[in-house]
Ligand binder design. Structure first.
Ligand code: ADP
Length: 301
């Protein structure tokens, strides 16, 4: 099969591993720089061009769309869908997962465990919003943050009020969230492919840090999930409409709670800490599922 990986950088660990796994299984792989694609949107004949060439004969697309290029990246994926090319994760599902609030709303509707979360536009009722999520300590999050940037712990009511005011003063959109203290600065990253968790790791934040992000100095180790955690991860990916997802879970007193569902999960941390071949699992999944016109929305989103 001809597989195209949409990625800004062919030297990234995840991109390299996907190329390697696909070639090992006999496929022809190309890495396409998402931002160098351009499209013509003409009635009935959607096309994608890349560095002067019209792309054709692609059997499957693996989108690796970074958060900073979501708008253009999902437009490229949508165009492939309209050309009936199978896309591992669909454009609508990627857009959905990039909006933390929208994701939490969709997950809550289906009964997935979540930290109690508040969201408001006006600052007039900040006190009540804080009260609604159980009071301080609580976590304030920038809606558009990634890698733990813009995730702040407010230890008491006063700190909570001033952090919320500061973010609001900057016109930032924020979530206010119950602080899951008992997670002790650790979270679980569950790598879902289709209806299975193919690898899982525990990330532990550095000393005195409640955020477990590796980018913030956290460390990773392999972990065995409980059946409840496993099914929460798989269900969350499904609700978001993602075939491949990195589902982040905290262990709370009231069971597993989902933080986030990531549509382009990095492979380096999870492969290195678990020894699992996640790239191969992704390629095997594509072999089973990739057929022209098989995407659910077919570019309709
Ligand atoms: P990002 O998308 O920027 O990584 P997250 O919402 O995943 O932001 O938060 C980063 C980290 O902070 C999480 O992995 C988790 O370790 C910690 N964290 C986030 N929200 C909470 C919370 N409500 N309670 C406890 N820890 C949290």
């Amino acid at each position: 099969m001809n597989i195209a990986i949409l990625s800004r950088n062919k030297d990234l660990y995840s991109t390299r591993r996907l190329v390697e796994a696909a070639e090992k299984r006999g496929h022809t792989v190309r890495v396409i720089d998402t931002l160098r694609c351009y499209m013509t949107i003409a009635s009935q004949r959607p096309t994608i061009h890349y560095k002067g060439e019209k792309l054709s004969n692609i059997g499957a697309v693996i989108p690796r769309i970074g958060a900073s290029i979501t708008f253009f990246g999902t437009a490229v994926v949508r165009q492939f869908e309209m050309m009936s090319v199978y896309c591992l994760n669909e454009s609508v599902a990627i857009s959905r997962s990039r909006d933390k609030l929208r994701s939490l709303q969709l997950l809550s509707r289906r009964g997935i465990g979540l930290p109690v979360t508040g969201f408001a536009h006006s600052t007039r009722f900040t006190n009540d919003l804080i009260h609604q999520v159980g009071g301080a300590p609580l976590v304030v999050k920038l809606l558009e943050g990634t890698q733990g940037i813009g995730v702040v712990l407010a230890e008491n009511q006063q700190a909570a009020e001033s952090i919320i005011e500061a973010f609001r003063g900057l016109k930032a959109q924020i979530l206010v969230q119950e602080f899951i203290k008992e997670a002790k600065g650790a979270d679980l990253r569950c790598l879902v492919v289709g209806d299975k968790v193919v690898a899982s790791m525990k990330r532990q934040g550095g000393e005195g840090e409640f955020r477990s992000n590796i980018h913030r100095g956290g460390s990773a180790s392999s972990i065995r999930l409980t059946p409840e955690e496993r099914s929460t991860a798989v269900r969350s990916a499904k609700i978001m409409g993602l075939n491949v997802a990195g589902v982040d879970i905290l262990r709370s007193n009231h069971g597993p709670v989902v933080m986030e569902v990531n549509s382009s999960p990095g492979l380096e941390g999870i492969e290195k800490s678990t020894g699992k071949d996640v790239a191969e699992a992704i390629v095997v999944f594509i072999e089973k599922k990739a057929q022209p016109g098989k995407n659910r929305t077919r570019g309709k989103g």
